[in-house]
Write a protein that binds this ligand. Structure first.
Ligand SMILES: NC(=O)c1ccc[n+]([C@@H]2O[C@H](COP(=O)([O-])OP(=O)(O)OC[C@H]3O[C@@H](n4cnc5c(N)ncnc54)[C@H](O)[C@@H]3O)[C@@H](O)[C@H]2O)c1
Length: 468
């Protein structure tokens, strides 16, 4: 490896849930990091030493690095002055979120924001270092790296392996553990040219990670999509048996515990909602182009149907709730927990928001929502369209919130919700609901509710009391 290829200074484009922890983790390891994000407010907050969303340790990392080794920007002209210093550019902006219908209609993923960014950067190609490393860390459809390489080579007359190097290094961290997992989860690296591997591997090793090199960028793309699609698919199996079991007098958790018991060939996970910014979309990204490539096959992949099954769980529960309401148009349903999983401040592509959509389609007009993280940041602020369907929102549960509620759906297991399963508090809150009231507990965290006389309590694949 030539001596001058060490990466000492990086630019990270997109300072969101992936880009910001990555930027801070490099900056903390004494690499000079420029950041760019089009969200002016978020960048201003960072410059003032405030993190725009929560991740453990992130505030500490920001305090230690801001204006020392970390320099966030929201204006290209300001950043252009520093382009000559930059050895590698890391792209973390999203490529969009396809759903089932996008896949069925064979819609291609939208790369326009990447193409626009490349136009901005390569308009200044004389300022960029020769042999600059371009590292893509977003989720790409299969062949996405090839598409970017081809675009750069043809549009700007540059050659990969000479004028620039391209690598795909997928991110696999989970929100709520980002800083920690950036150090502990192996980084998968796929490059086109051998010369790029050493400096890129060294860069990620600086931040503490183990490295796994794969044959090429498309293998790295395949690894990333395999990861999340596998997780979504195994959960879908549990959800499928839970939904089926609910037709019988069967507690599906008993079934799972029984077949897993001392039988190593089984590792069936618990059923539950499967959503969020990666698990909701990656199996569909993996499914895009599948039928075209698999000539002769006329049905979709197992991960497509797994994802569809996980999506259907929302509809399945919404239908259950509808069945319990005597006057859906006038009845009130409370959704507890809007984040896609416990104790994170992110509502994007969450099953709870899909649940609201599904209830609205069923003409349920009075919907109240609760989440302790509500309105904290852009990730937990409800869109105008979502707010249109909501009659009351709160980040703090009070007996008043439960007044006139006919049905409750517990949609995640935030600690704030789990802690309420303390008999006296829960009873006090639930006493205010309409009599009778249906409670669907998606995570078995409010079992005490079954002891409140007028509550009809149900969870996945089991019923604890049936007063009706
Ligand atoms: N969130 C996760 O847990 C996670 C995990 C692994 C991979 N990923 C993937 O990483 C990618 C990014 O996800 P994220 O959660 O960080 O998204 P995000 O929305 O939190 O971050 C993207 C950031 O890019 C900025 N941005 C968008 N377009 C821009 C542009 N043209 N110029 C400058 N800034 C721009 C946005 O303002 C935002 O701050 C996605 O493709 C996602 O699938 C996410």
């Amino acid at each position: 490896m030539p001596k001058n290829t060490k990466i000492k200074c990086v630019l990270i484009i997109g300072l969101g849930r992936i880009g910001l922890p990555q930027a801070l983790s490099f900056a903390h390891a004494k690499i000079k990091v420029y950041g760019f994000d089009q969200n002016v407010e978020a960048v201003d907050a960072l410059k003032a030493g405030k993190t725009p969303f929560f991740e453990p340790s992130m505030a500490k990392y920001l305090k230690a690095t801001i204006h020392k080794t970390f320099f966030p920007h929201s204006s290209w002209p300001d950043l252009f002055k520093h382009l000559f210093e930059i050895d590698a550019i890391i792209f973390t902006i999203s490529t969009g979120a396809p759903d089932e219908s996008a896949i069925i209609n064979e819609k291609e993923l939208d790369f326009s924001s990447y193409f626009t960014l490349l136009d901005i950067l390569f308009a200044k190609k004389t300022l960029l270092k020769k042999g600059i490393k371009l590292i893509v860390r977003t989720t790409l459809p299969l062949g996405g790296s090839d598409k970017l390489k081809e675009c750069i080579e043809t549009k700007y007359s540059l050659r990969e392996g000479k004028d620039f190097y391209l690598a795909f290094v997928p991110e696999r961290i989970t929100e709520g553990c980002a800083i920690e997992e950036l150090r502990t989860i192996p980084k998968i690296i796929g490059v086109y040219s051998d010369a790029a591997y050493g400096p890129i591997a060294k860069l990620f090793k600086t931040a503490g990670t183990k490295i796994i090199r794969v044959k090429n960028p498309i293998t790295a793309e395949f690894c990333k999509l395999t990861d999340n699609s596998f997780r979504s698919t195994i959960f879908s199996y549990s959800n499928e048996i839970a939904m089926y079991a609910s037709n019988f007098d069967i507690d599906v958790k008993e079934v799972i515990a029984t077949v897993n018991n001392n039988y190593d060939r089984n590792f069936i996970p618990q059923p539950g909602f499967v959503s969020g910014y990666c698990l909701s979309k990656d199996p569909y990204i993996f499914a895009s182009g599948y039928l075209k490539r698999m000539t002769g096959r006329d049905f979709q992949s197992v991960w497509f149907y797994g994802r569809k099954t996980n999506d259907y769980l929302v509809e399945f529960i919404a239908k259950k709730v509808l069945k319990q309401l005597k006057d859906p148009v006038n009845n009130c349903v409370a959704i507890l927990g809007l984040a896609f999983k416990e104790d994170v401040d992110d509502f994007r592509i969450s099953h709870s928001l899909k649940m609201i959509e599904s209830l609205v389609q069923k003409k349920i007009k009075n919907i109240k929502v609760y989440d302790p993280y509500l309105d904290r940041n852009v990730y937990t602020t409800l869109s105008k369209e979502a707010l249109f369907n909501i009659s009351e929102k709160t980040n703090h549960l009070t007996p008043k919130f439960f007044a006139n509620v006919d049905a409750i759906i517990v949609c995640n297991q935030h600690k704030a919700l789990v802690d309420l399963n303390e008999t006296k508090i829960l009873t006090k809150l639930l006493q205010k609901t309409k009599k009778p009231c249906f409670l669907y507990d998606g995570f078995d965290i409010w079992k005490e509710a079954a002891n409140v006389g007028h509550i009809h309590y149900e969870g996945f694949g089991f019923k604890l009391n049936s007063i009706w």
